[in-house]
Design a protein around this ligand. Structure first.
Ligand SMILES: [Zn+2]
Length: 207
């Protein structure tokens, strides 16, 4: 049919357009560290979201959705003693997520990662009462990304996938960090190629 090109086809597995589909690039990482992504429901539909992509690569991970009508998000059940839980948010009292912090305890770490804008992350930090006593951690790794991020980027100035990669690089080691950064760079490359292929007027930064 005229007018429907390759760029309009969608992947049956991930539902992304063929140009943005990352299925053939996904590592499957089974880690002791658990990543729990808390995402605003509006973020779910954005092609620029990278948090969900990170989760597809991480076997031991889960997602919780915020901001849906009539549904109050309660993260209490995430807080099991099986994990030492940390919230990735650069509040005034946040401590640097570094090797020294990781080595303080033998329990595996659960890193709760707010996905989305500064504003959305701040709400998770300030409004989820059950997370009140969870230590805040931050990542100060300088962001060398040459790719232009969306105007409202994450607190660290990184895409969510980059932030998770940086965190897991510290906790799980360089190899894991590199696997996720490779995925991130592949995603950025796809975004660029999609920009060349598509003439749709949409946001093409990644978050
Ligand atoms: Zn796909």
């Amino acid at each position: 049919m005229a007018g429907i090109g390759k760029a309009k086809e969608r992947c049956p597995v991930c539902d992304a357009s063929r140009t943005l589909c990352m299925c053939d690039e996904l590592p499957q990482l089974e880690l002791k560290t658990k990543i729990s992504l808390v995402i605003h429901h509006r973020e779910l539909l954005r092609s620029s979201n990278t948090g969900l992509l990170a989760l597809r690569a991480l076997v031991n991970s889960e997602v919780r959705i915020r901001g849906q009508a009539r549904a109050t998000l309660d993260l209490k059940d995430l807080l099991t003693p099986a994990y030492r839980t940390l919230l990735l948010f650069p509040s005034a009292d946040a401590v640097e997520l570094d090797r020294r912090l990781v080595d303080k305890e033998r329990r595996p770490i659960q890193l709760i990662v707010p996905d989305g804008t500064w504003r959305q992350a701040r709400k998770i930090h300030s409004r989820q009462r059950e997370l009140e006593d969870i230590p805040r951690v931050k990542i100060s790794t300088p962001n060398h990304a040459t790719f232009q991020l969306r105007a409202q980027s994450r607190p660290e100035g990184m895409a969510t996938l980059q932030a998770i990669a940086a965190g897991l690089q510290v906790i799980e080691g360089a190899w894991v960090g590199a696997q996720l950064m490779r995925l991130y760079h592949a995603r950025v490359a796809r975004t660029f190629s999609a920009r060349g292929l598509l003439r749709e007027n949409s946001e093409w930064g990644v978050r």
